[in-house]
Design a binder for this molecule. Structure first.
Ligand SMILES: [Zn+2]
Length: 208
């Protein structure tokens, strides 16, 4: 969801981003030619058609567990107004956005910045899974295309990480802690069971 700017977790994430700009809410008015998740070419086309300029920064999202900043391009009109022209799913009327000129966009995907909203270290595991999935999805030339194909071992590691991520998320919502019995029913504590499995998968995600 689009978060409240006064939310303490959101403020912590903004501190981590450390931009010299002020965060603002920007209206979403999707252009008919704009594709979801393709903000960079969408805005490029808008500038070609209508002038103005492309502005880079972060759109901020929040769930109960994680606050997340997603690198994003928006359109700036001649009179200096910012507009998000990329359609969202599910649709939202506005986004929370902070301009940031310190990140250079060269066509390669940029990973989200995430913080743990809770005191539960399992949420850090969830964040590590997101990072590993990003690393695999954007390895080498794949960083320059929105959806590349995964093969063999990397596809297997990716699927396993995705599956553990989804189970782990439900487990956290159900109150799972580092020393609770593992979700897999082995009778071992999470730390001695799927945490270890996860560590080894994350290690493999760096070498596949
Ligand atoms: Zn387990």
């Amino acid at each position: 969801m689009v978060p409240d700017l006064n939310d303490a977790k959101v403020q912590r994430l903004l501190k981590k981003i450390n931009s010299k700009y002020e965060p603002i809410y920007i209206p979403v008015v999707a252009e008919s030619y704009a594709l979801p998740n393709e903000c960079y070419p969408n805005v490029e086309k808008k500038v070609e058609l209508d002038g103005g300029s492309r502005i880079f920064g972060w759109q901020i999202w929040r769930t109960t567990l994680i606050c997340e900043a997603e690198f994003h391009a928006v359109w700036k009109s001649h009179d200096g107004k910012l507009l998000d022209i990329t359609p969202k799913s599910p649709p939202v009327e506005s986004i929370l956005f902070i301009q940031d000129d310190s990140v250079t966009y060269n066509g390669a995907q940029i990973d989200n910045i995430r913080i743990n909203n809770t005191n539960n270290p399992l949420v850090n595991d969830l964040i590590d899974i997101h990072k590993a999935l990003f690393r695999i999805r954007n390895k080498g030339h794949r960083a320059f295309i929105y959806k590349g194909t995964l093969n063999g071992e990397e596809a297997k590691v990716y699927r396993n990480l995705e599956s553990i991520g989804s189970i782990l998320q439900s487990y956290i919502y159900q109150g799972g802690q580092i020393d609770s019995f593992c979700f897999c029913g082995s009778g071992f504590r999470y730390a001695e069971c799927h945490r270890r499995e996860l560590d080894s998968l994350i290690l493999r995600s760096k070498s596949v």
